[in-house]
Design a protein around this ligand. Structure first.
Ligand SMILES: Cc1cc2nc3c(=O)[nH]c(=O)nc-3n(C[C@H](O)[C@H](O)[C@H](O)COP(=O)(O)OP(=O)(O)OC[C@H]3O[C@@H](n4cnc5c(N)ncnc54)[C@H](O)[C@@H]3O)c2cc1C
Length: 386
């Protein structure tokens, strides 16, 4: 076993660390959070590094599929701001991974160069008011009318819809009866006639604001159905295919990034803050909190990068990606909350980033399949392998 990061990954981390320090200063990240702002200019500079192409094969203008490297980018960006890391995922993963895995050759040729240069990002339109964990029960309807598809319905918690080029929507394209056999994935331009986007006020993950989206007789060309003719009514296998494994890893990587930032800040604060004439870091209770969090974070990184390595090697990884998602996001939440206690009252006010880490961290065990859903996957997946 070799746990050393390969040279290209180490170099990528160094590049990202420098990028974050230069282009994403703490004060700016705090403003993006406060104003729920997507810094498009910073995203464009990020695209200039070529990292949006880490999910895109070279023949389509990308850097070649590298899941480990993609997770490193997400982790490093998430240490500073989800207002950049989530749009990165919307480009490299939501658009890139899905087009590579599920689109027709014509769609790949037309769309993947735009993923690689950062000019194409998708918002995920999966969840609906009555469809959360049970996504196969979505009701948004898609009806084929000649060379077009007409869409009616509503999506909930569609994050980043207002900054996206397309809403990548799970729609019911056939009769209600067979839950999994009549679903399709359609790219709906977020500016199309009949699309209404309404912000939802959430606690965290600012920048890629989450929204309600309604579709009122929205018409898109049939060419926008992912997979074309072959993809009509074949949306479910697309949703639960290899892209889902990577989606779990994306959230795990955000979690590791937030937890690292929280622990770094708490560690530094413990050596600055003095009470009773001593640095609080000299108290054993604080030392033990820091030691426990460092250990949890180390374990979360190992489980994340082991699962990412399996995914990169195209090995079966449904159980491992669920374990990574479950463990890393629960660690993220626990670490963010514990770091807040080290900051004491200052962990509760906006002058420090500790309170933002908590708001962002609380979301991670919910999105991309809740912790309960991951536990279901781990149990069922393990039985299936036995
Ligand atoms: C800020 C934010 C951003 C989001 N962004 C997006 C997005 O971009 N695109 C998108 O499509 N969705 C998005 N979501 C939706 C998110 O993915 C869903 O909230 C999540 O899938 C859970 O659905 P639900 O909240 O409706 O919970 P429900 O499915 O109603 O579940 C409620 C509770 O029951 C538990 N539960 C449900 N089913 C089971 C089961 N079978 N076994 C055990 N426990 C179960 C859950 O774990 C949870 O604790 C976002 C949500 C938020 C809050």
């Amino acid at each position: 076993m070799n746990f050393t990061e390969p040279d290209h990954i180490r170099q990528l981390r160094d590049t990202l660390e420098r990028f974050v320090e230069k282009e994403m200063p703490r004060a700016a990240a705090a403003q993006w959070d406060k104003n729920n702002h997507f810094p498009r200019d910073v995203f464009d500079k990020l695209a200039g590094l070529g990292v949006l192409g880490l999910t895109v094969p070279e023949e389509y203008g990308g850097a070649g599929r590298d899941i480990l490297a993609t997770m490193v980018v997400i982790e490093e960006l998430s240490r500073r701001s989800l207002a950049v890391s989530v749009p990165y995922i919307m480009g490299a993963c939501y658009a890139g991974m899905n087009i590579v895995e599920c689109a027709t050759e014509e769609q790949r040729q037309a769309l993947l160069p735009k993923v690689a240069d950062g000019t194409l990002i998708f918002a995920y339109g999966l969840t609906e008011p009555d469809a959360g964990a049970d996504l196969a029960s979505v009701k948004t309807r898609a009806e084929r009318v000649g060379d077009t598809v007409r869409i009616n319905g509503a999506k909930r918690f569609c994050s980043g819809a207002a900054i996206s080029d397309y809403i990548y929507a799970l729609v019911r394209s056939g009769p209600e009866g067979e839950r999994h056999k009549n679903l399709s994935m359609v790219m709906i331009p977020s500016t199309a006639k009949g699309v209404l986007i309404t912000p939802i006020e959430g606690m965290g993950m600012k920048g890629a604001a989450t929204t309600d989206v309604s579709f009122d007789d929205v018409e898109v060309p049939f060419a926008n159905v992912i997979g074309g003719e072959g993809g009509w009514n074949k949306g479910w296998p697309m949703l639960v295919g290899p892209g889902l494994d990577v989606e779990k890893l994306e959230v795990a990587a955000i979690g590791v990034g937030i937890a690292r930032a929280a622990l770094d800040d708490a560690w530094a604060y413990a050596f600055e803050r003095r009470q009773f004439g001593k640095r609080i870091a000299s108290y054993q209770s604080i030392q033990h909190k820091l030691a426990d969090m460092k250990t949890q974070l180390h374990a979360a990184r190992l489980v994340l990068y082991h699962a990412a390595w399996l995914a990169n090697e195209h090995q079966p990884c449904q159980v491992e990606t669920s374990m990574a998602k479950l463990f890393a996001t629960e660690v993220c939440k626990a670490v963010a909350l514990e770091c807040q206690t080290i900051f004491g009252a200052y962990g509760y006010v906006k002058d420090f980033d500790a309170e933002r880490y908590v708001r962002d961290a609380l979301l991670m065990p919910i999105i991309g399949g809740s912790s309960a859903v991951q536990r279901n996957n781990i149990f069922k997946g393990t039985l299936a392998r036995a």
